[in-house]
Design a protein around this ligand. Structure first.
Ligand code: HSE
Length: 314
């Protein structure tokens, strides 16, 4: 019986002001889904490994299970499939945990049966899984987990995504406070109305960040990673956020904001030396406020979801 293991990376979505529109794949963290053909007609989930909390193995209530079933429908295949999901990140962390599982689930089934679905179709399948848990319909985590690099969601109806490219000098300092924030809760508190001046700043910054990834231009990113609309509201859910941001900027970061719906935050630099200092300053600031956290210095991932062969993603 055939089997395949597929990886999908963690993602930052939104990239600063690009709420629900800009997303970025991250190197070094992600979920793995193994899909195995078996006798029968159903899709089952055999196990969810290394999860930080109970995740349902009911395929109709599991983001990877729902996405994998959608992929099977798109492929027109009725063979039985067993999935094993290995989580590589906590859920409710702002790193696109549900999207990584959904993408790996959909793509694992796709790869098991000849890799005949286009990326657009894998996106469609994964979105069904993501939608089931996130309380909103957005592609800024799912899309970069499929395409790699940064992506722009141009339209949701119909679903249209444009891969933007990557910034090779970009170093990302991720700090993950041990606080759980569900995306659906952090969406409920967002403002319904915004001032025209805040809108114009966020629009200009989002456009500039889009151009920065298209042009591989770190300077254009660093001058525009500012969000006047979402961050001020959401940051109130993250204890220690103002102190960690001040510490990051004092330590030389060119910007710091929330990853997705939080609580993970990320700072940016293009200096390896500065990144170590920034990481330490941010962790210390959170700790001083009594918030435990994990941290990682990483980069964006040029690669999206792919097959894992002996630990290598192809
Ligand atoms: N764009 C979504 C949000 C992503 O910010 O709510 C959630 O990970």
């Amino acid at each position: 019986m055939k089997s395949v293991k597929v990886f999908a990376p963690a993602t930052i979505g939104n990239i600063g002001p690009g709420f629900d529109v800009l997303g970025l794949a991250i190197k070094g963290i992600g979920d793995i889904v193994e899909a195995r053909e078996f006798h029968g007609n159903d899709l089952i989930i055999e196990a969810v490994l290394e999860a930080d909390h109970d995740i349902s193995t009911n395929p109709d209530k599991n983001t990877a299970g729902i996405a994998a079933q959608e992929a099977l429908k798109l492929l027109g295949i009725k063979t039985g499939v067993a999935l094993t999901i290995t989580k590589g990140m906590p859920s409710g962390s702002g790193l696109g945990s549900s999207a990584a599982s959904a993408v790996a689930g959909a793509n694992a089934v796709n790869c098991l049966f000849g890799n005949s679905l286009s990326k657009e179709k894998v996106l469609e399948a994964a979105m069904a899984g993501e939608y089931s848990v996130s309380g909103g319909y957005f592609a800024d985590n799912v899309a970069p987990a499929i395409y790699g690099g940064a992506t722009l969601t141009r339209s949701l109806h119909p679903l249209e995504v444009t891969p933007l490219g990557n910034i090779s000098d970009l170093i990302i300092i991720l700090v993950m406070p041990k606080v759980k924030i569900l995306t659906k809760d952090s969406r409920k508190i967002l403002p319904e109305n915004v001032t025209l001046s805040d809108f114009v700043v966020n629009l200009a910054n989002t456009a500039s960040i889009t151009a920065a990834f298209c042009k591989n231009d770190y300077n254009l990113l660093k001058d525009n990673l500012f969000d006047y609309i979402i961050e001020p509201t959401r940051s109130t859910l993250i204890p220690g956020f103002p102190e960690a941001k001040e510490a990051a900027l004092d330590a030389g970061a060119h910007g710091m904001t929330i990853s997705g719906s939080g609580p993970t935050v990320f700072a940016i630099t293009n200096s390896q030396k500065a990144s170590v200092k920034i990481e330490s300053a941010m962790v210390t600031a959170f700790n001083k406020k009594g918030v435990e956290c994990k941290s990682l210095i990483t980069t964006s991932s040029v690669d999206g979801s792919g097959i894992v062969k002996s630990g290598i993603i192809t």
